[in-house]
Design a protein around this ligand. Structure first.
Ligand SMILES: [Zn+2]
Ligand SMILES: [Zn+2]
Length: 160
């Protein structure tokens, strides 16, 4: 599959000169994107709002998309739809309290791809299934039993 490198660098630097309460909203929609370093997403949609606060900049976004993952039983790659809400505060660097705080970079640009990826992956089930009745793999030969039965499974059916 063709992978389009995805970078959603957004300039937020100009917010620093805006009054507290100033906000700006925009929509993002991508049919198919690749978010560095490892995530394929289809039908990525997001409604993003940035608001200037006392401490920095508040990011609020509704985010949805189908993310590529491997089935927990048969290991096939498939897309699973996920939906989440982002709320993050980016601090002005000089007021940052801890290393873990998100800080507005000197150049004023942040990469939304990074934070989208983080939030999308949090919504991934621990054991995702390509379908609820996925048959998985044969434990002896590794055959994908959704595709075809192997001799081991046929033998079990005859003599369970
Ligand atoms: Zn499966
Ligand atoms: Zn087998």
């Amino acid at each position: 599959m063709e992978k389009k490198p995805y970078s959603l660098r957004t300039n937020i630097g100009y917010f620093l000169n805006k009054p507290i309460g100033f906000s700006r909203s925009f929509n993002i929609a991508h049919e198919e994107v690749f978010i560095q370093p490892d995530l394929n997403v289809k039908q990525l949609k997001s409604a993003v709002t940035f608001s200037r606060t006392r401490e920095g900049l508040l990011l609020e976004a509704d985010l949805e998309g189908s993310i590529e993952t491997a089935c927990g039983r048969c290991l096939m790659l498939f897309y699973i739809p996920v939906k989440t809400i982002i709320k993050e505060l980016y601090f002005f660097s000089q007021r940052s309290q801890e290393d873990s705080d998100m800080v507005i970079p000197e150049n004023g640009y942040i990469d939304l791809g990074e934070i989208f990826r983080e939030y999308l992956l949090l919504e991934l089930p621990i054991n995702p299934l390509c379908k609820h009745d996925c048959l998985g793999l044969c434990d002896q030969c590794g055959q994908n039993l959704n595709v075809a039965l192997c001799e081991h499974q046929l033998a079990k059916q005859i003599d369970p």
